[in-house]
Design a protein around this ligand. Structure first.
Ligand code: NCD
Length: 303
């Protein structure tokens, strides 16, 4: 039995197969409409979410399965003091597969170690968000036709943004990827990630001004400042509008640069950018459903 805790749990070949399957699902949804008949997905969300939870649920419903779960720790037995290990043992009796989001780093991993069904990490604190990374990679592959030879700018809250940490790990495995990390000083990528990139001889630089590097980018990954992970509101207020991508700045970018964002967006991309054909963050949401369908089929060994 397999779980998904980290995008690195899948080899590059396995990811390729997963993305092929996701693109086949996109092309022929009817073929997959009953693949999960009689199966149940449990979504155990101890932290707020709109997209990820509904995307998982839509994925399972599109496959003919059913969904159970909770979307708030307060409405689960966690509020009575139940441990994640006990909850997953209970959920294992009800469902065939579980997607779990938790504010504590490592909680889905603890669950996986006690589970008799596959567990998918749907975001653990500021740590990892592997299914967002699968979504990001599928979007890039579908729209650019490849996952190598890119200069990618990753902009915003690189310290607390778990989607950033997962994406950097995953993209670092492809050839000729140049990372440009764009953030205020306080929100730079964590030291462990910088060390890992250095150890592996990967090409990256860190910048503060988005305008200075925009013309070099093939891909721009914007992120929100993660308010819920700040220790004080003052720092958040000072940093939240540090970057605002607008029409004027988009004029500096290549004509075929893609703008990605895991969403939710706050102020970091002005709504006037939404109509720009290079803005693909809403398309990304659709790819998220296909890739989660492919993941559910793969982990349930129904692919
Ligand atoms: C992200 C998350 O939860 O980490 N959202 C998502 O799942 N698409 C990004 C964010 O909250 O900023």
């Amino acid at each position: 039995m397999r779980h998904l805790m980290n995008p690195m749990d899948f080899s590059v070949e396995e990811l390729n197969r997963l993305f092929d399957l996701a693109q086949d699902i996109e092309a022929h949804p009817d073929v997959y409409a009953h693949k999960c008949d009689g199966k149940k997905l449990a979504t155990c969300f101890y932290e707020p979410s709109t997209r990820t939870r509904l995307s998982f649920e839509t994925a399972m419903l599109n496959l003919g399965g059913n969904v159970i779960g909770f979307s708030d720790a307060a409405s689960s037995s966690a509020s009575k003091g139940e441990s994640v290990s006990d909850t997953i043992r209970v959920i294992s009796c009800f469902a065939d597969i579980c997607a779990m989001r938790h504010p504590k780093e490592g909680a889905p991993m603890v669950a996986a170690s006690r589970s008799s069904i596959p567990v998918i990490n749907a975001g653990d604190g500021g740590h990892q968000h592997p299914t967002q990374t699968l979504t990001d990679l599928l979007t890039i592959r579908a729209l650019k036709g490849r996952l190598d030879h890119f200069t990618i700018g990753i902009c915003g809250d690189l310290k607390f943004g778990r989607t950033v940490h997962s994406l950097v790990n995953a993209l670092a495995r492809y050839a000729d990827i140049h990372f440009i990390f764009i953030s205020p000083e306080e929100l730079r990528i964590p030291g462990y990630l910088r060390d890992k990139l250095n150890e592996n001889g990967l090409s990256f630089k860190e910048e503060v001004r988005l305008e200075d590097v925009l013309p070099q980018l093939d891909l721009l990954y914007m992120t929100r400042v993660q308010r819920e992970r700040f220790f004080n509101e003052e720092d958040y207020v000072r940093l939240k509008d540090f970057y605002i991508l607008n029409k004027e700045k988009m004029e500096l970018a290549k004509e075929d640069m893609l703008v990605l964002h895991p969403l939710p967006r706050v102020n970091e991309i002005s709504v006037e950018v939404d109509d720009d054909p290079r803005a693909v963050y809403f398309k990304q949401v659709q790819y998220g459903v296909y890739v989660r369908m492919a993941l559910i089929l793969t982990l349930l060994e129904l692919a």
